[in-house]
Design a protein around this ligand. Sequence first.
Ligand code: FES
Ligand code: FE2
Length: 348
Amino acid sequence: MAASFPMNAWYAAAWDADVKQALLPRTICGKHVVMYRKSDRTIAALEDACWHRLVPLSKGRLEGDTLVCGYHGLKFNAQGRCTFMPSQETINPSACVRAYPAIERHRFVWLWMGDPALADPAKIPDMHWNDDPAWAGDGKTIHVKCNYRLVVDNLMDLTHESFVHSSSIGNDAVAEAPFDVSHGEKTATVTRWMKGIEAPPFWAKQLQASGAVDRWQIIHFEAPCTVNIDVGVAPTGTGAPEGDRSQGVNGFVLNTITPETETTCHYFWAFVRNYRLSEQRLTTEIREGVAGIFREDELILEAQQRAIDENPGRVFYNLNIDAGAMWARRAIDRMIAAEAPQQMQAAE
Ligand code: FES
Ligand SMILES: [Fe+2]
């Protein structure tokens, strides 16, 4: 079966703070990788299998920026080249392990899993809100036992908030409000305005005011797996739908979902806001609140994946609400198709 993800893409592999001067193994797009931070603070990411006998290098140790295999002591530099072999003077020039291009940006460590010659840093998804001083917030990583596209589907249609998250961010207005969908070659956008509604509990608390609100959810997808959602509420009549959000509260739900295997993924998310920036207590409170909300998604998504596995012949049906997810899947499919000839050549 062909992979459900492209390899020529930057994937978030870790939060920046999670990569220390220590070995961090992680599977990204089916590839076992070991990451560590070098003495110059940049990141090394090597194939997690020793050239000699394939023992995972993550079971070895670091000697400065050099990775020492834990079995027979072969040493590899951060570029993956062997620099020492026990009991011999000459080093076989082919002795190297694959090094993955790695860049730290927007508080994440991004790895390029495909052809290194194509690894253009300009292609890293824009998640700048995550370290922009005009925004404050934090997030977490969830290991979800489902194909990453099920998480993308989940985020591209927020109708599910009315049913999955009714105690926090969901109410009937979400499922009832109409929405617009647009798309580009690698993008899809779903815009939903709920005007003159009662704010759901989470947003009523953020706004610190009562009365009718205009609520927005503008979902921006960037292929293959990044979904940044512009969310917020403003008191009805203060002009938010026309572009004046000054009386409202605005957040971004930042999501990037990295395939681990065909049926598991690393889901990195953050919630950032542009109000009460200096209140760390609020940052922690919102992070924990959103973590609870996303736990509700995780349970649904893992149950969905189990049902898919048990019913391999079954297809999905698409409703109007699935339009955003369908454009997202088409963009992913185009990226995969664009790699197909290359993969065939490699297999020859
Ligand atoms: S397996 Fe790594 S040195 Fe032998
Ligand atoms: Fe959800």
